[in-house]
Design a protein around this ligand. Sequence first.
Ligand SMILES: NC(=O)c1ccc[n+]([C@@H]2O[C@H](COP(=O)([O-])OP(=O)(O)OC[C@H]3O[C@@H](n4cnc5c(N)ncnc54)[C@H](O)[C@@H]3O)[C@@H](O)[C@H]2O)c1
Length: 339
Amino acid sequence: MGPVADTLEVLHAEDEHFDIVFIDADQRNAVQYYSFVMDNHLLSMDAVICVENTLMKGQVYLENVSDENAGVVKDDVFWGCSHRRILERLRLDGRVAYVTGGGQGIGRAFAHALGEAGAKVAVVDLVLAKAEAVACELSLKGIKSLALAADVSKPEDVQRMVDAIVARWGTVHIACNNAGINLNSASEETSLEEWDKTFNVNLRGLFLCCQAAGRIMLNQGYGKIINTASMASLIVPHPQKQLAYNTSKAGVVKLTQTLGAEWIDRGVKVNCISPGIVDTPLIRSRELRPLVQRWLADIPAGRLAQPTDLQAAVVYLASEASDYMTGHNLVIEGGQSLW
Ligand SMILES: NC(=O)c1ccc[n+]([C@@H]2O[C@H](COP(=O)([O-])OP(=O)(O)OC[C@H]3O[C@@H](n4cnc5c(N)ncnc54)[C@H](O)[C@@H]3O)[C@@H](O)[C@H]2O)c1
């Protein structure tokens, strides 16, 4: 109530922002109110302003209006791509994701991150109890989740996993192929059994998952695949000996590059994350635990990675914000591969 100009001053002083402003005034005042609203940023982003009585003798009434914003480029950079600002473009609302090896360690952190960003998450693990525990954590946070048991090295398990997710949520948009194992031995002593076991999970399993999820994604013309490789794809971590592991992870990077190039024109982006040494049960074995102090000397960051250090990367690669990225190996290792 009261004179409009005074009311506008009060709203401005109170730092109010509006989604809709309706101006009903004669032409001269309409221009004044419009200018006040615009100059003092009373509109929130993407707001609507409606102005009555804008025409005078069939022309837009613009007497004495100087456009101080002339020269400002109002393109996608200004407004946000598809009118979505950067944090909105990282959101995963309505997306369906799965994470293999999601029952602990890095996979558990990925499952939480994707869920926090808005996705429904199927937690997949060799051990059902672990998958169930993480799925339960997610539902405590209001995230829609599903626990599934699967051995990713078995084609029938992988198909069953994908079928179960599709049966529950209709499709798969985000595939996090993260399950992996690390066995240690000097190369001259590496048994064929160790080699096969490592490759069966780390490379064959990952290929089976990419293929099963990829078929659905190619069919729908959209998908994001995020594989977990390792810094061991780039350097030879030491002093532990892990020929089969290093080689399998180099294979993950090449598989990612190949699928990334082959599938991008059908809407499916394939990237991988290469963590440095992450503080998870994987490195808490009897052989590896005593090496932590040695590793720290090789890490510019001066500490091991925590699973949380990787969470933003998986959300980025799962989101539309990374749509032009494919076949990339995103290395997160506190600088270790630089020394
Ligand atoms: N921890 C690190 O330092 C590190 C560094 C670089 C890369 N990585 C990679 O990150 C991934 C996750 O590692 P992490 O440290 O969380 O390991 P982790 O051992 O803590 O967890 C791995 C999970 O995968 C599950 N799993 C194992 N084999 C499986 C199979 N055949 N099918 C389904 N699930 C299976 C396990 O039950 C476990 O819950 C692995 O691919 C690993 O190689 C780990």
